[in-house]
Structure formats: structure tokens, C-alpha cells
Design a protein around this ligand. Structure first.
Ligand code: ADP
Ligand code: G6P
Length: 355
């Protein structure tokens, strides 16, 4: 058989629209594995790759088959499958999984052109982040774990305004227009991937403030598929129960509008899932230990690890709410998954030799 454990590199897929927090998530993930992720040494400064001791993160934009001009000529967006080379993506990810280095193209975001390729040596963990890690069935079959960041339109819009207006000088109208122009392809090719994800982080408008239109507070759901090998969903208090929890009071400071947690079983695209939900934001991040101590199955290695990770990256976007908390938990889960695969491989050398 060709089980994941029989091969070298463990492959993780992270899908989301651009501007939905993939880069931030990757920084949290590589931090959980220890060590900062950096661009490849002596590389093209426009390389999109990040390398740390444990993991190599590649951006799937590098598999654009049409460059910016090509997309314009053909009238397709970067989200359209026609603008992407899934055959090459499949061949190269498969080669890496089998222990062979590849010459991966580089999509240069500054010029909109394809640059000469860079060498990717098989790492312990390969993360495929981008628009389409779960789109192609063959590539999907190579993933040992997959995550979809599902940022609702309302929140996506608020974040984009924040970034593109403040940092890139775009107008409100142009931001609206660019979101609208991408929407049909987003709905057709990106969004449907979430049904294949092992974990989904959903970011929704808060329910704590009636008719909130500021978008400063979010309700975040961590949707975890049941029955995924090497992945045991985290839970609150009692596994399998339905729980609603307002931790505010003596041990947790909550200013308006407060914090509300929930934990419940659900179905997601006809699959059984467990859901953890957090609405609101933390006032004092060091008090997070109070919440952490009530969560179970976190795959931490020591007391307070979640809180410590969150404090370490307090300056990352989303550190005071469920986006940061759940990204951190998923990072710990991926570390645990990786360690289980390695342990399994060590226990059956015959299987490892198949690679
Ligand atoms: P991507 O890699 O998917 O394009 P980034 O991680 O670079 O996304 O995030 C893009 C921008 O979106 C950030 O600069 C920030 O403004 C905003 N953002 C991302 N994640 C969050 C979050 N959890 N909370 C608030 N804003 C966020
Ligand atoms: C990358 C991003 C896309 C973005 C594109 C810009 O591929 O991942 O999300 O849309 O660049 O494309 P454009 O055709 O506007 O240059």
C-alpha cells in the first residue's frame, strides 16, 4: 500500500482566498514547530517560499500557467483553473513526497511574470498554501491534512479595506469592485474546496453586537472532521456534549461585548464534525490560560503552551480572538499528526522502505 506513513514528506494543504490570513497562519504554524521560517538562502528575492528546519511552505501561485498579461488577454482571473497548471503541481508534489527534489517555478507578484525556477528539496513537512490546494483530485490525494480558512464576505471586506486602503492606497470603490470581480470564480473554484478540508476555520460577524457593521469583533468557528486519522478534535469540558460557556467574570476580564464560547457536534457537507466556537475578543491575553485550562485534547506538550504561543505572537492579526486561538490549536494538531506519522513509520520499517 502507499499510505502516507510509507513516504517521506508529510504534506499539508491550506486553502483560502488571498487576504484571508494564510501568511499569518503559516507564521503561527512554523512557530509551533520551532524556529522562524525564512526565504530560501541566496534565492530570488521575489521567491514566495518559506523554509524552516521542519517545514517548507510553498505558495501555489507559483503554479500559475498564465502570467498577469496572459490572464488579461484570456480574460480569466488567477482563481480560474485555466490560469493554473495542476499537472505540474501534481507531478512536483508527488516527487517531493517520494523524496525527489524539484525545480519549482516562481510567480513573481511584483512583475506578474513567471521567474526562473527554484530548487525545492524534500522537507519533513511541505505546506501548500494558496487558492487551490484541494481543487485537483490528484493533488488532494497527496495531502495528509487539509485546512480551509473560510472568511465570510463581510469580514473579508473589512480586512481588505484595512489593508488595501491603509497600506496600499486603494479606494473603497476599487476594493469593492475587485471583490465583486473575483466573486464568481471564488464561488465556483475556491469556496467548494472547503467540503474536502479536515479542519475549517470560519470567520463570521459577531452575534454579541446587534447589527454590528464595524467588523471589529468576530465569531470564529473551528470545524473539525470526525474520524480523520491522527487527528483528534479538541473540545470543551466534555467530549461529545453541547456546551455554551461565558467565561467572563472573576477569572477573565471581558469588556463590552464580552466573550462567548460554544462546543457542539454538527454535520458539515454530510460529514460528522465537532465545532468549537468563540465570539468576542480577549482583553488580557495572559488570562487566556483560564480558557486554555478548560479546553481538552489540545495536543500541547506542556502547561500553558497555547497561551504562550498566543503571547509570543501577540502582534499578529487575530491574536485577541478566535482566529488566532484556533490557528494556534490547528498548528498544535498538525505537529501531533506529524509526530504520529513519524512514529508509525518508525514502528513499521517495511512500510517506510516502500518510499
Ligand atoms: P493572505 O496570506 O491569505 O493573503 P495575510 O495573512 O497576509 O493573508 O493577511 C492579510 C491581511 O488581512 C493582514 O494584513 C490583515 O490586515 C488581515 N488579517 C488577516 N488575518 C486577520 C485576522 N485574524 N484578524 C484581522 N485581520 C486579519
Ligand atoms: C495572485 C493572487 C491572486 C490575485 C492575483 C493578482 O495570483 O493569489 O489572489 O488575484 O495574484 O492577479 P492579477 O491578474 O490581478 O494580477
Amino acid at each position: 500500500t502507499c499510505s502516507a506513513a510509507g513516504r517521506g514528506t508529510v504534506v499539508i494543504g491550506l486553502a483560502a482566498d488571498s487576504g484571508c490570513g494564510k501568511t499569518t497562519f503559516m507564521r503561527r504554524l512554523t512557530s509551533v514547530f520551532g524556529g522562524e521560517a525564512e526565504p530560501p538562502r541566496g534565492s530570488n528575492p521575489d521567491s514566495n517560499t518559506l523554509i524552516s528546519d521542519a517545514a517548507t511552505v510553498i505558495c501555489l501561485d507559483d503554479y500559475h500557467s498564465l502570467d498577469r498579461t496572459g490572464r488579461k488577454e484570456k480574460g480569466v482571473t488567477a482563481l480560474h483553473p485555466r490560469a493554473n497548471d495542476f499537472d505540474l503541481m501534481y507531478r512536483q508534489v508527488k516527487a517531493i513526497k517520494e523524496g525527489r527534489a524539484v525545480e519549482k517555478p516562481i510567480y513573481n507578484h511584483a512583475t506578474g511574470l513567471l521567474d526562473p525556477p527554484e530548487l525545492i528539496i524534500p522537507p519533513k513537512i511541505l505546506v501548500l498554501e494558496g487558492l487551490h490546494p484541494m481543487y485537483d483530485e490528484r493533488v488532494r490525494g497527496l495531502l495528509d491534512f487539509s485546512i480551509y480558512l473560510d472568511v465570510s464576505n463581510e469580514v473579508k471586506f473589512a480586512w481588505k479595506i484595512q489593508r488595501d486602503m491603509a497600506e496600499r492606497g486603494h479606494s473603497l470603490e476599487s476594493i469593492k469592485a475587485s471583490i465583486e470581480a473575483r466573486k464568481p470564480d471564488f464561488d465556483a473554484y475556491i469556496d467548494p474546496q472547503k467540503q474536502h478540508a479536515d479542519a475549517v476555520i470560519e470567520v463570521l460577524p459577531t452575534r454579541l453586537i446587534p447589527d454590528d457593521d464595524e467588523g471589529k469583533v468576530q465569531r470564529v468557528k473551528l470545524i473539525m472532521k470526525e474520524g480523520v486519522k491522527h487527528f483528534a478534535p479538541a473540545y470543551l469540558f466534555d467530549e461529545g456534549s453541547t456546551i455554551s460557556w461565558v467565561p467572563c467574570g472573576r477569572k477573565l476580564s471581558c469588556s463590552y461585548p464580552g466573550i462567548k464560547f460554544a462546543y457542539f457536534p454538527d454535520t458539515y457537507f454530510a460529514r460528522e464534525v465537532s465545532v468549537l466556537e468563540m465570539d468576542g475578543k480577549f482583553d488580557k491575553l495572559d488570562e487566556l490560560i483560564y480558557v486554555e485550562s478548560h479546553l481538552r485534547n489540545l495536543s500541547t506538550k506542556y502547561y500553558r503552551e497555547v497561551t504562550q504561543q498566543m503571547l509570543k505572537h501577540a502582534d499578529f492579526p487575530g491574536s485577541n480572538n478566535g482566529t488566532g486561538l484556533f490557528q494556534t490549536i490547528v498548528g498544535l494538531k498538525i505537529r501531533h499528526l506529524y509526530e504520529q506519522i513519524v512514529a508509525e513509520r518508525a514502528a513499521s520499517p517495511a512500510l517506510a522502505a516502500v518510499a
